[in-house]
Each structure stands twice: as structure tokens, then as C-alpha cells.
Ligand binder design. Structure first.
Ligand code: ATP
Ligand code: MG
Length: 228
């Protein structure tokens, strides 16, 4: 896995941004599979601050980041990246990717992991076209967002932007600095943070939907229980 990346010269670093309200086994399993298939040197989880394009998260960014930390503990390739916690306010992925580019220089290739549901809305993101100059996109399918002839039915401007960017193999990611779009083959897991929040609010178990340490933290801090 990581041996592949080293052999090719430039290591690949995965970036997984999200509200993570809370992180769950859907995120974790997909991350593990991608790290293995593409040969990521490390995979950074970047919990987002206030999202510009969706409702406010139910838990504070500090709590959400703490849960990510507990959930990835023990996986030496997974890293909690708290830059959006430190930045405060509205989160723009493009800012984090610019920063990571500056910090890591040209000696790594950044791969931004994104679910098909989120990728469909990419053209609404701040400075979205700039992202293709900063990273590759690794798209993961989600139940309900099926592949249509190996691509998604994307909004026109996104479809046009991606037209020349589709990568046919994970291997090609290593030989281009940024701007490719790769649909990663991953296990479809019908788990969402929305359903987890609903389970907890209803007093139902979320065991096996997310790591035990994360569940314990949520219980100890009375998160998502609906009582405020
Ligand atoms: P919510 O229901 O609150 O939107 P979520 O489960 O979609 O939560 P997010 O934090 O919104 O989780 O997702 C972060 C990223 O992970 C997004 O790119 C999203 O598409 C992706 N993702 C979330 N759950 C899955 C899953 N089960 N399989 C694949 N990708 C996922
Ligand atoms: Mg979501």
C-alpha cells in the first residue's frame, strides 16, 4: 500500500472533509478502503466549522473533532486535522487545501475524498474550479447516488469541467499533480449522520454504526439526545 506510493516518488495524501456530525463507520470504512486501493501515505480528516451550504451542525466543532479523534485512534494512517477548528467561522475547503498545499509543498499529491451526494453540489462551493489545481477528487458512491454509465448525472457546468478529468485507474493519480476525478470502488454502506442523530434522539442504539469510543463520548456529553 504505502510501499506503492513511495515507489512512484510522490506520496499521495488523502483529505476527507465533512461536517462529521458525527463521524460514523460509513466514513471510516470508505476511508480505509481508499487508503488501501490508492495507496495513501496518510489520510487527514478535516472536520468543518460552520458550513455555508447546509443547516448548522447539532454538535459543536470541538465535540465533532473530539469524536473524530476517538474514532480514528489506533489507525496509524489516519490523522485528525483541526485547521478548521482553529480558523473559526465559515469553512471553505478551498482555504484548507491551499494551506495544505503551502505546508506540504509539491512533494505530495492531495486527494480530496468526497461522497457522490456532496460532489453533485460541488459547483455551489466557494472557488470550486480552483480546487482542481490543488487536488484530485476521489468520489465514493453512496446508496441512492448510483453510478450512471460510470459517471453521475452531474449539473452541466460540473460535467463540462470534469469532461477531460475522469481517471480510469487509481494508478494515474500518482502521475498527475492534481485535477483528476476518480470514482473509487468502495463498499456501499447505507449509514448517515442524519440517521445516527435520529437514532440517538429516539433513545435507540447506534452500536456497530460507529466506534464504541465515539458512542461513549457522545453519551458522556449528552450529545444528539434532543434535549439541547
Ligand atoms: P449528514 O447526514 O449530517 O449529512 P453524512 O453522513 O452525510 O451526514 P457528512 O459529514 O455530511 O456525513 O459527510 C462527509 C463526507 O462523507 C461527504 O463527502 C459525504 O458524501 C461522505 N459520506 C458520508 N457518509 C457516507 C457513506 N455512508 N458512504 C460514503 N460516503 C459518505
Ligand atoms: Mg452529508
Amino acid at each position: 500500500e504505502s510501499v506503492q506510493a513511495i515507489e512512484s516518488g510522490v506520496p499521495l495524501v488523502g483529505i476527507f472533509g465533512g461536517t462529521f456530525d458525527p463521524i460514523h463507520n460509513g466514513h471510516l470504512r470508505v476511508a480505509e478502503e481508499i487508503a488501501e486501493t490508492i495507496g495513501l501515505r496518510e489520510l487527514r480528516f478535516v472536520p468543518a466549522g460552520i458550513p455555508r451550504l447546509r443547516h448548522a451542525p447539532a454538535a459543536s466543532l470541538q465535540h465533532r473533532a473530539a469524536i473524530v479523534g476517538l474514532a480514528i485512534r489506533g489507525n496509524s494512517r489516519f490523522v485528525l486535522d483541526e485547521r478548521e477548528v482553529r480558523r473559526h467561522g465559515v469553512s471553505y475547503s478551498v482555504e484548507s487545501l491551499r494551506e495544505l498545499r503551502r505546508e506540504m509543498g509539491e512533494c505530495v499529491i492531495l486527494c480530496f475524498i468526497i461522497g457522490a451526494d456532496a460532489f453533485m453540489k460541488l459547483a455551489d462551493w466557494h472557488s470550486w474550479r480552483e480546487l482542481f489545481g490543488l487536488c484530485h477528487f476521489i468520489i465514493v458512491a453512496r446508496p441512492g447516488y448510483a453510478l450512471a454509465s460510470n459517471r453521475y448525472a452531474l449539473p452541466q457546468e460540473l460535467e463540462d469541467e470534469c469532461a477531460q478529468r475522469w481517471a480510469s485507474s487509481a494508478d494515474s493519480l500518482k502521475y498527475t499533480p492534481s485535477g483528476l476525478v476518480f470514482i473509487a470502488p468502495t463498499t456501499l454502506l447505507d449509514i448517515s449522520a442524519t440517521s445516527i442523530r435520529a437514532h440517538i434522539a429516539a433513545g435507540k442504539s447506534v452500536r456497530y454504526l460507529m466506534p464504541d469510543a465515539a458512542i461513549d463520548y457522545i453519551a458522556a456529553n449528552h450529545l444528539y439526545s434532543g434535549g439541547g
